[in-house]
Design a protein around this ligand. Structure first.
Ligand SMILES: *Cc1c(COP(=O)(O)O)cnc(C)c1O
Length: 341
């Protein structure tokens, strides 16, 4: 186990903070008369949700092989990114580190909290240059390193993840929003080895429930306690908690979603070879492609005219467009439009 003291990284005001405890959620009752929360006594969703998400955590714990106390649940993993920044980064003083290009929300929430955003430019294969990483990790006192694997928008996975965890003094967050599509092992299994690690996952991508807004963080019990302390008490609503409890019983659904997407991904990759406006399709471990076009802006706009919405990555990644795998019908439409260009 790596030598590490979580408290020494946490902001002083957060160390002192007392969590809001819902008495109802933190005690066992048989058939309580609920007159404690000023709710309406009528209706189907009249009660506040379970603020500690007990059932959901218990089920997830069994599913992921961790203890319930190692899980925090957020209103999407976006909320968890926001909370993690708030817990560790003193406004106007601390900094975060992220890959460049990578998921914009790390920089966004750091900016909201008035923290400096340091960026590690990836090489031409979208990999981290280890020497650049070592240099900045040694030179600067950085609170959080956000690693995204597979990375959005480049699609590739981060190689040699443990190297980055071992050589970083602060918190390492590994965002695994697309892990199910990659065939890679989750970094959750590294949690017992690295107390400075937080792994983020989400129900928004492979599970297919982006509308429910449920994301998860896995980390040491110490770190999870801080997340639970700073989160809004009722951050995950009852409908979403029920929905996710139900889909967790349906493991087939995840497998089918992933299989379908991977099949369609292979089909698209094949089709892309026949398309003239494409210069390069980058290798992907996710449910999307990063594609370099001969004329990125023009291709993007032509697709838009045909109401095929894609994600323009120029000028950050010159002439590149990120396109996610859709249903067969959607993919056919995409290919037909691209063929016309
Ligand atoms: C889509 C995505 C998420 C998921 O965010 P939610 O708030 O859980 O919907 C997280 N990280 C990355 C890199 C993503 O692309």
């Amino acid at each position: 186990m790596k030598e590490f003291n979580t408290n020494s990284l946490v902001r002083e005001n957060i160390l002192k903070l007392q969590p809001y405890i819902s008495f109802r959620d933190h005690n066992e009752f048989n058939a309580p008369v609920l007159l404690d929360a000023n709710e309406c006594p009528f209706g189907e969703f009249n009660r506040y949700p379970d603020s500690s998400q007990k059932r959901l955590k218990n089920k997830l714990a069994a599913f992921k092989g961790v203890s319930p106390a190692q899980i925090a649940i957020g209103n999407g993993s976006d909320e968890l990114i926001d909370l993690i920044v708030k817990i560790f980064c003193e406004p106007k003083k601390d900094a975060i580190l992220m890959m460049n290009p990578s998921f914009a929300m790390y920089g966004f929430y750091a900016a909201v909290n008035e923290n400096e955003v340091l960026k590690l430019d990836l090489d031409e294969n979208f990999e981290i240059v280890k020497d650049d990483f070592l240099k900045i990790a040694q030179e600067r006192d950085i609170k959080i390193f956000f690693l995204c694997s597979p990375n959005n928008p480049t699609g590739n996975s981060v190689e040699d993840i443990e190297f980055f965890i071992q050589n970083f003094k602060g918190i390492v967050v590994i965002d695994e929003a697309y892990i199910e599509f990659s065939g890679n092992k989750s970094a959750i299994e590294l949690l017992s080895k690295y107390p400075n690690l937080i792994v983020l996952q989400t129900f928004s991508k492979a599970w297919g429930t982006a509308g429910a807004r449920v994301g998860t963080a896995y980390a040491s019990e110490e770190i999870i306690r801080f997340i639970n302390t700073v989160k809004a008490p009722y951050n995950v609503n009852s409908l979403s908690q029920e929905l996710v409890l139900n889909i967790l019983d349906d493991e087939k659904r995840l497998k089918e979603n992933v299989q379908n997407v991977l099949q369609e991904r292979a089909w698209l990759e094949d089709q892309f070879k026949t398309i003239k406006c494409i210069e390069k399709v980058f290798p992907t471990d996710a449910n999307f492609f990063l594609i370099k076009m001969k004329e990125g802006k023009m291709v993007y706009e032509k697709m838009l005219e045909e109401e095929v919405l894609t994600s323009q990555r120029s000028p950050a990644i010159q002439d590149c467009i990120r396109i996610n795998v859709g249903s067969r019908e959607e993919n056919e439409k995409l290919i037909n439009v691209l063929k016309e260009i």
